[in-house]
Design a protein around this ligand. Structure first.
Ligand code: ADP
Ligand code: ZN
Length: 430
């Protein structure tokens, strides 16, 4: 069942024609309205007339996070200010916020993509959608809100945190779907457990939309089994409208990236050269349907790969693998490159591990993985704890090739963040 069958099942030739036309229009607008892009394109020796097909994208300059900051607040606007209807900023996980502007057309297009994404997973107007993301400058909550409303769901704009209230809202209004970060999802499950509530009988939940930060397949499974839901991965970034950039369909086998709205490239993060389908690289995105603030070849720093097979759902937009990591999140210990997701994958697959963990890096590359374990593991039997710690240490060493110190903690010891989780604390000074 499609929200927009024609758009979702478009054949490759028509898609490529549509992309080329939209790219051309975008480049013409950028060149004549934005000083920064005119200068960059002149430097690269490329004119709007040189852009005829999708592959001409390679002639165009990149846009980086730093470019957005240097042009802060409104240097990258392509339309008069009077036609702007909304400002968002990125949540600023990695430095100062960036300002993103939307026209009425842009908000409509973004809401429509959101509705398309949610509908694809089976969300309908009979659903009660409790949105546990931060409302405000961040795109995550508002864009999802608009999409769910567009489908006709009853939306509960709960915002994050205040878990006791979230639970009463879910009970009182029989919430069927939630939008949540993976870290808060796991925390919510632990509070339900503590209150002796079983989601299968005490709640009406069916679906969870989980995104905004990288997480592993093991974490998805854990959320699904603890909350008794189908959890769908949703990916996006403020620079590209917010959460409806790529989304899982009911097959949950990778995320369809909406190629009629975004031109996708997977590039070598260092050289900027294209990477063959199926191999990991940096996702680079160009907006194809945005008026106020079109962006060319944005370096997301998110690492993923294209899943080349066709999806049995019939949608033709190519799928990406769940984000493997952010180029920025990677840290180096004893010369080895490590992503926090590698550690999470191991932890979440070990029986006895609870929801929260933290990685601490200290001088001399001392790496400590602090992890909360299930309450019933603290049953007084020291040997149980020692066995578990040894198992985790050994499995981590196999995965990351470095042997960390593993500390097991009681549930509730580590800080819980309402927004994006902080997983790595690096206090190394040398
Ligand atoms: P910030 O860069 O300040 O965090 P955003 O709030 O726009 O800005 O967050 C976008 C980033 O969040 C993405 O670039 C990506 O790194 C991460 N992200 C969003 N959704 C997902 C997801 N489903 N899986 C992995 N990472 C995600
Ligand atoms: Zn599909």
């Amino acid at each position: 069942m499609y929200w927009n069958k024609e758009a979702e099942t478009i054949d490759a030739v028509s898609l490529s024609e549509q992309q080329a036309a939209r790219l051309k229009k975008t480049v013409e607008s950028l060149y004549s309205n934005i000083q920064f892009y005119k200068k960059q394109m002149d430097l690269a020796g490329v004119k709007p007339a040189d852009i005829k097909t999708v592959s001409d994208i390679r002639k165009l300059p990149f846009t980086t996070r730093e470019d957005l900051r240097e042009n802060f607040p409104d240097g990258l606007l392509a339309i008069p200010k009077k036609d702007i209807v909304r400002l968002h900023t990125s949540s600023g996980t990695t430095g100062k916020p960036k300002a993103i502007f939307f026209s009425k057309h842009d908000i409509d297009a973004a809401s429509d993509l959101m509705a398309r994404s949610l509908y694809m997973t089976g969300l309908r107007n009979t659903d009660i959608f409790q949105n546990m993301m931060t409302y405000g400058l961040f795109t995550g909550a508002l864009m999802m809100h608009y999409g769910a409303e567009k489908i006709g769901c009853m939306v509960i704009p709960a915002g994050p945190g205040n878990t006791a209230r979230q639970i009463s809202l879910m009970q009182d209004f029989e919430t069927t779907a939630i939008h949540i970060t993976p870290s808060y999802g796991l925390y919510l499950a632990s509070v339900l457990q503590k209150q002796g509530l079983d989601p299968a009988t005490d709640l009406s939940l069916k679906k969870a939309y989980v995104g905004a930060e990288p997480y592993t397949e093991e974490t998805r499974k854990k959320i699904e089994s603890l909350l008794k839901v189908d959890a769908y991965n949703c990916y996006g970034l403020s620079e590209m409208n917010g959460p409806g950039v790529a989304f899982e369909c009911e097959r949950k086998n990778g995320l369809h990236l909406w190629e009629d709205n975004f031109l996708m490239e997977i590039l070598d993060p260092v050289t900027g050269e294209p990477i063959p389908d199926g191999e990991e690289g940096e996702l680079v995105l160009t907006t194809l349907n945005r008026e106020a603030m079109p962006i060319l070849r944005y370096r997301t720093k998110d690492i993923t790969k294209i899943l080349p097979d066709k999806c049995p759902c019939g949608r033709t937009h190519r799928r990406i693998h769940r984000i493997i990591g952010r180029a920025d999140d990677m840290f180096i210990v004893k010369g080895v490159n490590i992503y926090p997701q590698q550690i999470e994958r191991v932890l979440m697959s070990v029986k006895g591990v609870a929801e929260n963990y933290q990685i601490n890096l200290e001088n001399l590359d001392k790496m400590t993985v602090k992890v909360e374990i299930d309450k019933n593991m603290f049953d007084g039997k020291v040997e149980h704890i020692v066995t578990l710690r040894n198992e985790i240490t050994e499995r981590l060493k196999n995965e990351i090739l470095v042997k960390p110190v593993v500390e097991l903690l009681e549930p509730g010891t580590l800080p819980v963040s309402e927004g994006k989780a902080v997983r790595v604390i690096d206090t190394r000074t040398m």
